[in-house]
Design a protein. Structure first.
Lengths: 221, 221
DNA sequence: TATTTTTTTTAGATTTGTCTAAATTTAATT
DNA sequence: AATTAAATTTAGACAAATCTAAAAAAAATA
């Protein structure tokens, strides 16, 4: 029941990728993990041997039930640590990812459950991503849409940023767009799909299409 | 400036051993790390090559300044995590060692300094061991003596337990002997050097010589 | 469908930390 | 001082995770 750091990272990456496409390819995963396809193939064999993966040569792969369960526990650890680092240790939401990335691998179930209690069972991390509970279940989530799909002049609340690169987070931090921030789309420019926003009912801010796509807001019709 | 988990554990173990004897031997260290002398020799070469160690073949070894500095930072991390686990997550003092043992290797300086602040700069961990500050300095410590050296009928306070095996901690927990507990030696039996104690001015408790040696109390004459 | 390109896998090497067994050095004992 | 015993080091091997280069399979294109 104990997996190496490397294996845990593979499981987590596969989990995230298959949530987008259903099935994952070797090259895709290699890119996500900043490693080589040959290394991925090696590891896939091991994960399959440990019955965490559905995989046939040349056919792509995905997690089975057990693999998904393990991945969710790691994600739980990651997000609870992020919450702790921001809420208790006063780190910025854009600087906690790497730290959580390490801590998640050295946190036994008992420890993370106590941390969860200490933090009072938060439902989402500082980036707005949902935190699985002790059994690996997500809370009922609000329906999310990305900013380009939000109708003009409807005010919505930022729920998450995805993907969360250091660079995007830095940019949003600077423009005062955080989880929970109120946003209204004032104008869409078809020339480059950039958007002009009203942030927190006050400042006017312009963002590119790329940035807009990464901002997820609530969609309550 | 980044060392492997294994190297960090070697440095920490050498630090503790040389505090008792000045110089450390291969067999001694192998026993402390539950590994083989041959493995120790291999690692010593690497640590020497990295200039963390003073070492000549067949002559024993000890940390140099740099090695000591690194060891102290790891010990700081370990003890702060222990404090956190007991004070904030409500673990027992006898169950936090293993967890801290893992976390200590994945905690960057910036993180541990913030944790220190969050915990309000504790001076010692749940076992009474002093926590080095951000620069690796210990606070002025009270002079400690082990229980067999405490004069009869003088009340003293438990400052630390050393060494801290799971087994001793469990035994002491059971007998209600904790850091801070008041102890008076009522009787010394020369037959087996066992002691009869009064604990917290109330209960009478008998402990063996082995246990007594591991209990450190304050020595203010 | 045949050929080219892309993707994936295999083969073999490398690094880190470990091991066992054998050799060497130092310490202890006769 | 010679011999035995203990401690330490060397030599060679192994497992995990990675890599490069080459081979094989699948997909795309002509």
């Amino acid at each position: 029941m104990k997996y190496s750091i490397s294996k845990e990272n593979y499981l987590k990456a596969i989990f995230h990728l298959q949530n987008e496409n259903g099935v994952v390819t070797t090259n895709e995963l290699a890119a996500a993990l900043l490693t080589k396809p040959a290394s991925v193939t090696d590891m896939l064999k091991k994960l399959k041997a440990q019955r965490l993966l559905i995989y046939e040569k040349y056919k792509g792969f995905k997690l089975n039930n057990e693999g998904r369960k393990v991945a969710l526990q790691i994600i739980r650890k990651h997000r609870l640590w992020e919450y702790f680092l921001v809420e208790k240790l006063q780190f910025g939401w854009d600087e906690v990812h790497e730290m959580a990335e390490e801590l998640e691998h050295f946190t036994h179930k008992k420890l993370i459950d106590r941390l969860d209690t200490f933090l009072n069972y938060p439902k989402s991390d500082p980036h707005g991503d949902p935190i699985p509970d002790s059994n690996g279940k997500f809370d009922q989530q609000q329906k999310q849409i990305s900013l380009p799909h939000l109708s003009l002049h409807r005010t919505a609340k930022v729920l998450a940023i995805s993907p969360q690169t250091k660079e995007i987070l830095e940019l949003l931090q600077h423009k005062n767009i955080l989880i929970g921030t109120k946003i209204e789309v004032k104008k869409k420019f078809s020339f480059d799909d950039s958007l002009e926003l009203k942030v927190n009912n006050r400042t006017a801010v312009t963002i590119s299409a790329a940035v807009a796509k990464s901002i997820l807001v609530n969609d309550d019709q």
